[in-house]
Design a binder for this molecule. Sequence first.
Ligand SMILES: NC(=O)c1ccc[n+]([C@@H]2O[C@H](COP(=O)([O-])OP(=O)(O)OC[C@H]3O[C@@H](n4cnc5c(N)ncnc54)[C@H](OP(=O)(O)O)[C@@H]3O)[C@@H](O)[C@H]2O)c1
Length: 255
Amino acid sequence: MPHPLFVDFQGRKILVSGASSGLGRAICVELSRRGAELILLGRNQDQLKITEDRLESAGHHILCVDLTSHSEIYEKVKDFSRLNGRIYGLCHSAGVVETRPMNAIRVEGLRHMLDINFLAGLELARAVSRRDVMEENGGSILLISSVYGHVGMPGQIGYCGSKGAVISAARAMAIELARRKIRVNTLSPGLVRTTMTDEALSRLSQEQGKKIEEAHPLGIGTPEDVARAATFMLAPQNAWITGSDLVIDGGFIAQ
Ligand SMILES: NC(=O)c1ccc[n+]([C@@H]2O[C@H](COP(=O)([O-])OP(=O)(O)OC[C@H]3O[C@@H](n4cnc5c(N)ncnc54)[C@H](OP(=O)(O)O)[C@@H]3O)[C@@H](O)[C@H]2O)c1
Protein backbone atom coordinates (compact mmCIF):
# COMPACT_ATOMS: atom_id res chain seq x y z
CA MET A 1 0.00 0.00 0.00
CA PRO A 2 1.63 3.32 -1.01
CA HIS A 3 2.26 6.00 1.64
CA PRO A 4 -0.67 8.52 1.71
CA LEU A 5 1.69 11.35 0.71
CA PHE A 6 3.05 9.31 -2.21
CA VAL A 7 2.79 11.16 -5.53
CA ASP A 8 3.33 9.59 -8.90
CA PHE A 9 3.17 11.22 -12.33
CA GLN A 10 4.17 8.12 -14.31
CA GLY A 11 3.22 8.54 -17.98
CA ARG A 12 1.81 12.05 -17.48
CA LYS A 13 2.94 15.09 -19.44
CA ILE A 14 3.30 18.39 -17.57
CA LEU A 15 4.12 21.69 -19.25
CA VAL A 16 6.26 24.00 -17.12
CA SER A 17 6.83 27.61 -18.19
CA GLY A 18 9.91 29.35 -16.82
CA ALA A 19 11.64 25.96 -17.02
CA SER A 20 14.95 27.60 -17.98
CA SER A 21 15.60 29.12 -14.57
CA GLY A 22 14.97 29.37 -10.82
CA LEU A 23 11.74 27.91 -9.46
CA GLY A 24 10.59 26.51 -12.82
CA ARG A 25 13.82 24.54 -13.20
CA ALA A 26 13.61 23.11 -9.65
CA ILE A 27 9.94 22.18 -10.19
CA CYS A 28 10.89 20.28 -13.38
CA VAL A 29 13.61 18.34 -11.56
CA GLU A 30 11.27 17.39 -8.68
CA LEU A 31 8.46 16.35 -11.06
CA SER A 32 10.89 14.25 -13.10
CA ARG A 33 11.84 12.36 -9.91
CA ARG A 34 8.16 11.39 -9.63
CA GLY A 35 8.07 10.05 -13.19
CA ALA A 36 6.55 13.04 -15.07
CA GLU A 37 7.35 13.74 -18.73
CA LEU A 38 8.18 17.43 -18.85
CA ILE A 39 7.51 19.97 -21.58
CA LEU A 40 10.09 22.63 -20.81
CA LEU A 41 8.89 26.03 -21.98
CA GLY A 42 11.05 29.16 -22.15
CA ARG A 43 12.92 31.38 -24.61
CA ASN A 44 16.50 30.43 -23.81
CA GLN A 45 17.19 27.09 -25.53
CA ASP A 46 20.65 26.64 -23.93
CA GLN A 47 19.23 27.12 -20.42
CA LEU A 48 16.31 24.79 -21.20
CA LYS A 49 18.85 22.18 -22.30
CA ILE A 50 20.67 22.57 -18.95
CA THR A 51 17.35 21.87 -17.18
CA GLU A 52 16.72 18.85 -19.42
CA ASP A 53 20.16 17.44 -18.56
CA ARG A 54 19.21 17.53 -14.84
CA LEU A 55 15.96 15.57 -15.25
CA GLU A 56 15.70 12.02 -13.99
CA SER A 57 13.10 10.20 -16.03
CA ALA A 58 12.92 10.08 -19.84
CA GLY A 59 10.69 11.43 -22.62
CA HIS A 60 11.05 15.19 -22.04
CA HIS A 61 10.55 17.94 -24.63
CA ILE A 62 11.74 21.51 -25.12
CA LEU A 63 9.24 24.11 -26.35
CA CYS A 64 10.70 27.52 -27.20
CA VAL A 65 8.00 30.18 -26.89
CA ASP A 66 8.12 33.89 -26.16
CA LEU A 67 5.22 34.37 -23.77
CA THR A 68 4.68 37.97 -24.87
CA SER A 69 3.29 36.50 -28.10
CA HIS A 70 -0.07 35.29 -26.79
CA SER A 71 -1.39 33.94 -30.10
CA GLU A 72 1.77 31.83 -30.46
CA ILE A 73 1.18 30.18 -27.05
CA TYR A 74 -2.17 28.72 -28.03
CA GLU A 75 -1.01 27.41 -31.42
CA LYS A 76 2.29 25.96 -30.17
CA VAL A 77 0.65 24.03 -27.31
CA LYS A 78 -2.07 22.71 -29.62
CA ASP A 79 0.49 21.62 -32.26
CA PHE A 80 2.69 20.03 -29.60
CA SER A 81 -0.19 17.96 -28.27
CA ARG A 82 -1.31 16.87 -31.74
CA LEU A 83 2.18 15.47 -32.39
CA ASN A 84 3.07 14.15 -28.92
CA GLY A 85 -0.15 13.29 -27.11
CA ARG A 86 -2.38 14.66 -24.39
CA ILE A 87 -1.16 16.78 -21.47
CA TYR A 88 -2.03 16.20 -17.80
CA GLY A 89 -0.80 19.38 -16.20
CA LEU A 90 0.53 22.92 -16.38
CA CYS A 91 2.76 24.86 -14.04
CA HIS A 92 3.11 28.53 -15.04
CA SER A 93 6.31 29.65 -13.36
CA ALA A 94 7.56 32.22 -15.91
CA GLY A 95 7.47 35.66 -14.39
CA VAL A 96 9.01 39.11 -14.41
CA VAL A 97 9.32 41.88 -11.84
CA GLU A 98 10.03 45.57 -12.21
CA THR A 99 10.59 47.58 -9.04
CA ARG A 100 9.45 51.21 -9.31
CA PRO A 101 7.88 53.70 -6.91
CA MET A 102 4.46 55.06 -7.88
CA ASN A 103 5.82 58.26 -9.43
CA ALA A 104 8.24 56.35 -11.71
CA ILE A 105 5.81 53.69 -12.96
CA ARG A 106 5.70 53.29 -16.75
CA VAL A 107 2.62 51.82 -18.42
CA GLU A 108 4.85 49.57 -20.59
CA GLY A 109 6.42 48.05 -17.45
CA LEU A 110 2.99 47.38 -15.94
CA ARG A 111 1.79 45.82 -19.19
CA HIS A 112 4.84 43.59 -19.42
CA MET A 113 4.29 42.24 -15.89
CA LEU A 114 0.60 41.64 -16.61
CA ASP A 115 1.50 40.02 -19.95
CA ILE A 116 3.92 37.45 -18.52
CA ASN A 117 2.74 36.96 -14.94
CA PHE A 118 -1.00 36.96 -15.59
CA LEU A 119 -2.14 36.85 -19.24
CA ALA A 120 0.42 34.30 -20.42
CA GLY A 121 -0.60 31.97 -17.56
CA LEU A 122 -4.23 32.34 -18.55
CA GLU A 123 -3.44 31.69 -22.19
CA LEU A 124 -1.39 28.60 -21.28
CA ALA A 125 -4.26 27.37 -19.10
CA ARG A 126 -6.69 27.96 -21.98
CA ALA A 127 -4.49 26.00 -24.38
CA VAL A 128 -3.70 23.11 -22.02
CA SER A 129 -7.33 22.70 -20.89
CA ARG A 130 -8.67 22.33 -24.47
CA ARG A 131 -10.74 19.16 -24.85
CA ASP A 132 -8.37 17.83 -27.53
CA VAL A 133 -5.23 18.68 -25.51
CA MET A 134 -5.85 17.74 -21.86
CA GLU A 135 -6.11 14.14 -20.68
CA GLU A 136 -9.71 12.95 -20.98
CA ASN A 137 -10.05 12.29 -17.21
CA GLY A 138 -9.05 15.84 -16.31
CA GLY A 139 -5.84 17.38 -15.08
CA SER A 140 -4.14 19.92 -12.88
CA ILE A 141 -3.15 23.55 -13.43
CA LEU A 142 -0.86 25.39 -11.03
CA LEU A 143 -0.06 29.08 -11.41
CA ILE A 144 2.83 30.56 -9.44
CA SER A 145 1.69 33.72 -7.68
CA SER A 146 3.58 35.30 -4.77
CA VAL A 147 3.14 36.51 -1.20
CA TYR A 148 2.84 39.87 -2.98
CA GLY A 149 -0.48 38.66 -4.34
CA HIS A 150 -1.59 38.88 -0.67
CA VAL A 151 0.35 41.74 0.90
CA GLY A 152 1.73 45.03 -0.39
CA MET A 153 5.31 46.21 -0.80
CA PRO A 154 6.64 49.65 -1.76
CA GLY A 155 7.86 49.73 -5.36
CA GLN A 156 5.80 46.64 -6.29
CA ILE A 157 2.42 48.11 -7.25
CA GLY A 158 2.39 46.47 -10.70
CA TYR A 159 3.91 43.18 -9.55
CA CYS A 160 1.43 42.92 -6.61
CA GLY A 161 -1.46 43.67 -9.00
CA SER A 162 -0.35 41.01 -11.49
CA LYS A 163 0.06 38.37 -8.76
CA GLY A 164 -3.28 39.19 -7.10
CA ALA A 165 -4.93 38.82 -10.50
CA VAL A 166 -3.43 35.33 -10.83
CA ILE A 167 -5.03 34.19 -7.53
CA SER A 168 -8.47 35.65 -8.34
CA ALA A 169 -8.57 34.30 -11.89
CA ALA A 170 -7.44 30.84 -10.72
CA ARG A 171 -10.44 30.63 -8.36
CA ALA A 172 -12.84 31.46 -11.20
CA MET A 173 -11.12 28.94 -13.50
CA ALA A 174 -11.33 26.28 -10.77
CA ILE A 175 -15.10 26.67 -10.57
CA GLU A 176 -15.60 26.75 -14.33
CA LEU A 177 -13.40 23.73 -15.02
CA ALA A 178 -14.45 21.54 -12.06
CA ARG A 179 -17.13 19.74 -14.11
CA ARG A 180 -14.32 18.46 -16.37
CA LYS A 181 -12.24 17.39 -13.30
CA ILE A 182 -9.62 20.00 -14.10
CA ARG A 183 -8.15 21.42 -10.88
CA VAL A 184 -6.74 24.96 -10.76
CA ASN A 185 -4.61 26.19 -7.86
CA THR A 186 -1.97 28.79 -7.07
CA LEU A 187 1.23 28.78 -5.05
CA SER A 188 2.41 31.92 -3.26
CA PRO A 189 6.10 31.75 -2.36
CA GLY A 190 7.97 34.19 -0.14
CA LEU A 191 11.57 35.12 -0.89
CA VAL A 192 13.64 32.43 -2.61
CA ARG A 193 17.10 33.05 -4.03
CA THR A 194 16.90 32.86 -7.86
CA THR A 195 18.02 35.00 -10.83
CA MET A 196 14.90 37.15 -10.33
CA THR A 197 15.51 37.94 -6.67
CA ASP A 198 19.29 38.30 -7.08
CA GLU A 199 18.60 41.06 -9.62
CA ALA A 200 15.94 42.75 -7.48
CA LEU A 201 18.02 42.47 -4.27
CA SER A 202 21.11 43.85 -6.00
CA ARG A 203 19.24 47.14 -6.43
CA LEU A 204 18.57 47.41 -2.67
CA SER A 205 21.02 48.55 0.02
CA GLN A 206 22.55 45.76 2.13
CA GLU A 207 20.41 46.91 5.04
CA GLN A 208 17.17 46.80 2.99
CA GLY A 209 18.04 43.30 1.72
CA LYS A 210 18.76 42.09 5.25
CA LYS A 211 15.44 43.48 6.46
CA ILE A 212 13.55 41.49 3.78
CA GLU A 213 15.43 38.31 4.70
CA GLU A 214 14.73 38.85 8.41
CA ALA A 215 11.01 39.30 7.67
CA HIS A 216 10.90 35.53 6.95
CA PRO A 217 10.84 33.87 10.42
CA LEU A 218 12.19 30.57 9.00
CA GLY A 219 14.70 32.41 6.79
CA ILE A 220 14.50 32.62 3.00
CA GLY A 221 13.45 29.57 1.01
CA THR A 222 15.17 27.39 -1.55
CA PRO A 223 13.82 26.55 -5.02
CA GLU A 224 13.53 22.94 -3.80
CA ASP A 225 11.15 24.00 -0.98
CA VAL A 226 8.85 25.50 -3.59
CA ALA A 227 9.28 22.55 -5.98
CA ARG A 228 8.07 20.04 -3.36
CA ALA A 229 4.96 22.15 -2.67
CA ALA A 230 4.28 22.52 -6.42
CA THR A 231 4.55 18.76 -6.86
CA PHE A 232 2.03 18.23 -4.05
CA MET A 233 -0.47 20.65 -5.62
CA LEU A 234 -0.11 19.10 -9.09
CA ALA A 235 -0.28 15.48 -7.96
CA PRO A 236 -3.17 13.37 -9.28
CA GLN A 237 -3.42 11.85 -5.78
CA ASN A 238 -4.58 15.24 -4.41
CA ALA A 239 -7.72 15.26 -6.53
CA TRP A 240 -9.92 17.22 -4.09
CA ILE A 241 -7.76 20.38 -3.98
CA THR A 242 -9.00 23.11 -6.30
CA GLY A 243 -9.42 26.89 -6.16
CA SER A 244 -6.81 26.95 -3.38
CA ASP A 245 -3.75 29.06 -2.81
CA LEU A 246 -0.85 27.52 -0.89
CA VAL A 247 1.36 30.10 0.82
CA ILE A 248 4.93 28.84 1.23
CA ASP A 249 6.90 31.65 2.82
CA GLY A 250 8.68 30.64 6.04
CA GLY A 251 6.04 32.55 8.01
CA PHE A 252 6.36 35.90 6.15
CA ILE A 253 2.63 36.74 6.02
CA ALA A 254 1.68 35.00 9.26
CA GLN A 255 3.07 37.95 11.24
N1 LIG B 1 12.14 33.86 -6.51
C1 LIG B 1 11.25 34.30 -5.62
O1 LIG B 1 11.59 34.72 -4.50
C2 LIG B 1 9.81 34.33 -5.94
C3 LIG B 1 8.91 34.59 -4.91
C4 LIG B 1 7.55 34.59 -5.21
C5 LIG B 1 7.11 34.35 -6.47
N2 LIG B 1 8.03 34.11 -7.47
C6 LIG B 1 7.49 33.85 -8.80
O2 LIG B 1 7.98 32.60 -9.21
C7 LIG B 1 8.11 32.57 -10.63
C8 LIG B 1 9.53 32.13 -11.00
O3 LIG B 1 10.44 33.08 -10.51
P1 LIG B 1 12.02 32.81 -10.51
O4 LIG B 1 12.52 33.39 -9.25
O5 LIG B 1 12.27 31.38 -10.84
O6 LIG B 1 12.47 33.76 -11.71
P2 LIG B 1 13.68 33.62 -12.78
O7 LIG B 1 14.75 32.76 -12.25
O8 LIG B 1 14.00 35.03 -13.15
O9 LIG B 1 12.97 32.89 -13.99
C9 LIG B 1 12.02 33.56 -14.76
C10 LIG B 1 11.59 32.65 -15.87
O10 LIG B 1 10.60 33.35 -16.65
C11 LIG B 1 10.85 33.09 -18.01
N3 LIG B 1 10.38 34.20 -18.84
C12 LIG B 1 10.49 35.53 -18.59
N4 LIG B 1 10.01 36.23 -19.64
C13 LIG B 1 9.59 35.32 -20.56
C14 LIG B 1 9.01 35.40 -21.86
N5 LIG B 1 8.76 36.59 -22.44
N6 LIG B 1 8.73 34.27 -22.52
C15 LIG B 1 8.99 33.05 -21.97
N7 LIG B 1 9.53 32.90 -20.74
C16 LIG B 1 9.83 34.02 -20.06
C17 LIG B 1 12.35 32.96 -18.12
O11 LIG B 1 12.63 32.15 -19.26
P3 LIG B 1 13.66 32.57 -20.46
O12 LIG B 1 14.77 33.30 -19.83
O13 LIG B 1 14.01 31.25 -21.08
O14 LIG B 1 12.83 33.40 -21.35
C18 LIG B 1 12.72 32.27 -16.81
O15 LIG B 1 12.72 30.87 -16.98
C19 LIG B 1 7.74 33.97 -11.11
O16 LIG B 1 6.39 34.00 -11.49
C20 LIG B 1 7.94 34.81 -9.87
O17 LIG B 1 7.13 35.99 -9.90
C21 LIG B 1 9.35 34.09 -7.24
